[in-house]
Ligand binder design. Structure first.
Ligand code: SF4
Length: 331
């Protein structure tokens, strides 16, 4: 059986072993086309939830039933809605979250959203089903927002996006996190220069989330002109956030890392497909595959080599580490 909507558990630096729910699936559909996206270029760029995205609760429950036969649930820390695009574009999001919650009531539910749809009432309503909502904010000036996130035409301006986030915060009783991706480019624009960084920090402080996640694109990015922030630069940025947030509310990529935890599977067959399903949602290091599949490093390396040999995947060196990623078309 081919599972389309459930993948992982994937090793996440923020959440540990994360069982992924993909309510978008192939092809990549998003309201943004971020220059650093690990999924490559956006194929369907749409601004609002669409009836054309037809994954519903029955599709996900069918996949979940099959998945639960194979995985040891002790190997999952969290259920995360994320995948081949922006999950809030699926009109069935609320029904899907409710249905899975019935099956897996004991896990925290997390969703990663790019924030562009939070001005839509039905989206904010669907997000109430989650325990942790992680919203993206990479820039607070409209020009830089457009250069980094490359939103669809009908996505609101950055001020509209910020209004949506603040409105959601007023209505939401769970944990709100803001994630910002810090980067430089060979085209000389960046969200790390003093002016843009100050605006961004003030905007995040105005939102006043429970947690701020400071990240940098450590996996291969959609555009070659994207450059990662160094650990020292991230720490300097963190210090500036400290003017507004207590240390415990700031998570910095590289300092917090929950990735290296091993997953236990009841069924160790079809490792190649499991690895491929993982890679369709994110490029991985060999050690990530080893941990996610609960196998030793050399076995993971063997599977990686096999996928490369068969033409399904390729090795890509990014920011000092070697990643395996699926070959296009992705998702
Ligand atoms: S990083 Fe997220 S929001 Fe940006 S294009 Fe990729 S999937 Fe969409």
């Amino acid at each position: 059986m081919t599972r389309r909507t459930i993948y992982g558990p994937v090793p996440s630096w923020r959440f540990g072993r994360s069982l992924g729910i993909d309510v978008i699936v192939a092809p990549k559909t998003c309201s943004f086309d971020c220059i650093y996206c690990q999924l490559g270029k956006t194929i369907n760029k749409i601004a609002e939830p669409s009836p054309n995205l037809c994954i519903d609760e029955n599709d996900v429950l069918r996949d979940l039933e099959d998945y639960l036969l194979q995985i040891d649930l002790k190997s999952i820390d969290v259920i995360t809605f994320s995948g081949c695009g922006e999950p809030t574009l699926n009109l069935n999001l609320k029904a899907i979250a409710k249905a899975i919650r019935k099956e897996l009531p004991d896990f925290p539910f997390v969703i990663l959203t790019n924030s562009s749809t939070l001005n839509i009432d039905s989206v904010r309503d669907a997000l109430q089903e989650f325990d942790i909502v992680c919203v993206k904010l990479d820039a607070a000036s409209d020009e830089l927002f457009r250069r980094i996130n490359r939103p669809a035409n009908d996505v609101p301006s950055i001020n509209g996006v910020l209004e949506g986030i603040k409105r959601f915060k007023e209505e939401f009783s769970g944990e709100l996190r803001v994630q910002s991706m810090f980067l430089k480019t060979t085209y000389n624009f960046s969200n790390m220069n003093e002016e843009e960084l100050s605006k961004l920090i003030e905007a995040v402080a105005d939102i006043d989330p429970d947690v701020v996640q400071l990240c940098t694109p450590y996996r291969p990015a959609s555009e070659n002109f994207v450059m990662q922030a160094s650990p020292g630069e991230l720490i300097a940025i963190c210090k500036k956030f400290r003017n507004y947030f207590a240390r415990s509310r700031i998570w910095v990529f590289g300092l917090h890392d929950k990735r290296d935890v091993i997953v236990k599977w009841r069924d160790k067959s079809a490792l190649e497909q499991k690895a491929l399903s993982l890679l369709r949602r994110r490029p991985c290091r060999i050690v990530d595959i080893s941990n996610a599949l609960g196998i030793n490093y050399s076995k993971a390396k063997f599977i990686a080599d096999l996928l490369v040999e068969k033409g399904f995947a390729e090795m890509k060196f990014s920011n000092g580490e070697m990643f395996l990623r699926v070959k296009l078309p992705i998702c």
